[in-house]
Design a protein around this ligand. Structure first.
Ligand code: AMP
Length: 444
């Protein structure tokens, strides 16, 4: 199959060829014809599967072939993204795909001055990429009208709910014309998202390229049990031992990011951090420097790192496990993209056992544990498996000391990921689902 056989026009084929896209990825092969046919879509695809082009390319074609010229302060298509970084990244891809087309594109997000964005919108833009909060601000200040909107794309919709955007989404929904095409994309699909889709989409085509909630199989994953207070030391040890060149590290909190970056920089290691408290320009600069390999270690919170596409990233380290299990899939999806293989290492302390268990249940695998000599935890991480069971061993009575034993090491549990039978996850992250004022929708 080629992009030509999917019915794409020549300027789009040329742009994709320049980018080195030779054949459509599975999600593109399914989504492109459906979007061109005007269908609503709900698509679940693993990160790195080419989902941006799956919605953006046919959308660009529709906007080129159909519909009136964009009016002042209007947009013909809106792509909503959960974070500023993702909005920038999606916009950069859209602009590349649109390079031979007479269409305008622009991205708006918070954390930067709104005035230049208002100026830019005066002439109208064909495709607007936006984060929910800033979009609402622009709408309320009359800088943007949405009555010309043909298509709405929700990218990483599950993440938008996780980040608490449910109310914003409900507000935006009320601002939109009833007659429109809606495309909902997400790396993972929870039941809450399916409910949202039921409210927002009209007779959608459902695309599920990979099994539900399965982590990228191109990523080799393992866990190193360790005491919480020794995590920074273990990280530096593993980094030196493994001669890590470029690592994306996830920490749970903003303070956690800053503390680790300080520690690494103090040791002369080339590290930088991104989190929601940092100004947008600083975040973007850190990301750009990491992408160009000027920064070796980038430490990030989930919010800041969502959806980032970093070419050939070999390694992701979970310095802390994510609170929401689905974030694990997103995090490790930063590596092993576009056919490459990658590694994901999680440093896990006893406090995090329930998170580990939830991740194993969600991804239906028992993560291999590798004990690092001299870092064996004093506070044992209880055994877990994909069934969601946390095995708390009863305390053994102390053995009397014998001479010459040399002291035994706790080698922990070593299980192969193939050992455990698949289990259907029954625990779901708690999430708010927006309640929409759904009147009867007009048929297209
Ligand atoms: P995405 O899932 O949209 O973040 O895309 C992941 C990566 O795959 C990006 O670097 C894209 O440029 C790349 N990509 C997307 N579609 C294709 C394709 N058909 N052939 C080769 N690379 C692609």
């Amino acid at each position: 199959m080629t992009f030509a056989t999917l019915g794409l026009i020549e300027p789009l084929q040329r742009a994709l060829e320049t980018l080195g896209y030779q054949t459509p990825t599975p999600v593109q092969a399914q989504a492109i014809p459906a979007v061109l046919a005007g269908r609503d879509l709900m698509a679940a695809a693993q990160t790195g599967t080419g989902k941006t082009a799956a919605f953006a390319v046919p959308l660009l074609q529709l906007l080129t072939m159909e519909g009136p010229k964009v009016a002042a302060n209007s947009a013909r298509a809106l792509i909503l993204c959960p974070t500023r970084e993702l909005a920038e990244q999606v916009h950069a891809s859209v602009a590349e795909y649109a390079q031979h087309l007479p269409l305008t594109t622009y991205a708006v997000y918070g954390g930067v001055s709104i005035n230049p964005q208002m100026m830019k919108l005066r002439k109208g833009v064909d495709i607007l990429v936006a984060t929910p909060g800033r979009l609402i601000d622009l709408f309320r200040q009359n800088a943007l009208k949405l009555n010309q909107l043909q298509t709405l794309v929700l990218d990483e919709a599950d993440r938008m709910l996780d980040l608490g955007f449910s109310e914003e989404l409900a507000n935006i929904y009320r601002m939109l014309p009833k007659k429109r095409q809606t495309l909902l994309f997400s790396a993972t699909f929870s039941d809450d998202i399916r409910t949202l889709a039921g409210q927002m989409l009209n007779d959608p085509l459902s695309i599920e390229v990979s099994p539900r909630n399965v982590a990228a199989n191109t990523v080799k994953q393992w866990v190193v049990p360790v005491d919480k207070k020794r995590k920074p030391e273990l990280f530096v040890h593993l980094m030196r031992k493994g001669r890590w060149k470029q690592v994306l590290v996830f920490a749970k909190t903003r303070n956690g990011v800053d503390a680790l970056v300080d520690k690494l920089q103090g040791l002369g290691i080339n590290a930088d951090g991104i989190h929601g408290d940092k100004p947008q320009a600083t975040r973007q600069r850190a990301l750009d420097r990491f992408k160009s390999s000027d920064v070796q270690i980038l430490v990030a919170t989930d919010v800041a790192a969502r959806g980032l596409d970093i070419e050939d990233l070999p390694l992701v380290v979970n310095f802390d496990l994510p609170i929401v299990a689905e974030d694990y899939i997103h995090r490790i999806g930063r590596t092993g993209r576009a056919g490459n293989t990658g590694e994901a290492i999680s440093l896990v302390c006893a406090d995090e056992v329930n998170m580990l268990s939830a991740i194993e249940m969600l991804t239906r695998q028992t993560l291999t544990r590798k004990m690092e000599p001299d870092f064996e935890p004093e506070h044992r991480v209880p055994d877990t498996d994909a069934s969601g069971q946390v095995v708390k061993k009863p305390k053994k009575p102390k053995k009397p000391k014998t001479s010459g034993g040399g002291g035994k090491r706790n080698l922990g549990k070593w299980v192969d990921s193939g050992e455990v039978a698949p289990a259907e996850p029954s625990i779901k992250p708690v999430r708010k689902v927006p309640v929409f004022n759904t009147g009867p929708r007009k048929k297209k």
